[in-house]
Each structure stands twice: as structure tokens, then as C-alpha cells.
Design a protein. Sequence first.
Length: 184
Amino acid sequence: MYKFIFKILGWKINENVPKEYTRCVLVGAPHTSNWDFFYAIFLFKILKIPYKFTIKSEWFKFPFNLIIKPLGGIPINTKSKTKGGNVNIMADLFKDNKEFAMGITPEATRSLRTKWKSGFYHLAKDNNLPICLGYLDYKTRTGGIAGPIFPSENKDADMKKIMAFYKNVSPKNPENFSLDHRYI
């Protein structure tokens, strides 16, 4: 059903996915529209990805909580100043699940942001997890997962690889997307 809907909406899937997608930190970028969320859910369902995704805790108020939680949402307190708090919550989920992809949007907003949040990178590195690169390319109307990137001792080099990949992905709203300027 999801594949049929995805196709009716004019999208195609790059089914050439890395085997690591079943246990990874899954970056979701570019993230410039609420439509990204719906298309990503279709993609996860079609590819049978065992997933959860992070979303700010404000989305867990009625009536949105009736949709977000069953779809795999994990509330993130974006105002928390506790060092490692959200990353630790996500790390615990990996301890409890053998096959599991944690979807994270490092831009952290649909608005223009020139610096990405780095929690996804620390989650992967600290827990010996690969980083896979989820994408929705609005120019080609293709969704898929690329990678993996295994975090090394050289964060700058790893982040440059991630930026190089997303440089060629077209967002829905290009004016709201920026690569992390520290790594380009």
C-alpha cells in the first residue's frame, strides 16, 4: 500500500540501500518542509526499516500525540541544557533493540540553519554505530538511504563526507536548506 501511494504521489525509491540501515543513526536531510516527514514515513515503511525518529516534545500534545507516537516518534526537549541528555535517551533505545534505525534531522528545524546539531554524530561514535544518510530529492522525486559512514577519530573528515553527499540532494524549499558551513 505505501509503495502504491508513494508512486501515485510521483515518487520513486532507490532500493539500493546499505545493509547497515537495520541498525544505524539515520540522518534525515534536507529537512525544509512538513512534507518531508510524510514522505520519510512512507520510505521507512516501504523499505521495512525498524525505525524511531526524534521530534520536539511540543508535538506530543493532543491531538498530534495520537499520530506521532504510534508512528515512532521520540520526544526531544529542544530547550534542555543537560549535556548529552537527548543523546543518552537515544543510546538507551539502541541497547534495548537489536535492529533499529534512529532517524534524526540534524538541521533541527525546517528553517535555514548554517550549523547542524552534532548529537547524531556523537550518538553514532559513542555507541559504535554507522551513520546512514536518508534523503528525499525533490528534483528527481527519489527517496533512499545512502552510506554508511563509520565515525572515525576525525570528525571534520567524516562531516565533510556527509556534506559532500547532501550537496547533491535537492530540498523542497532550497531557500531553507544549508549544509553545515563548518564542513564545506
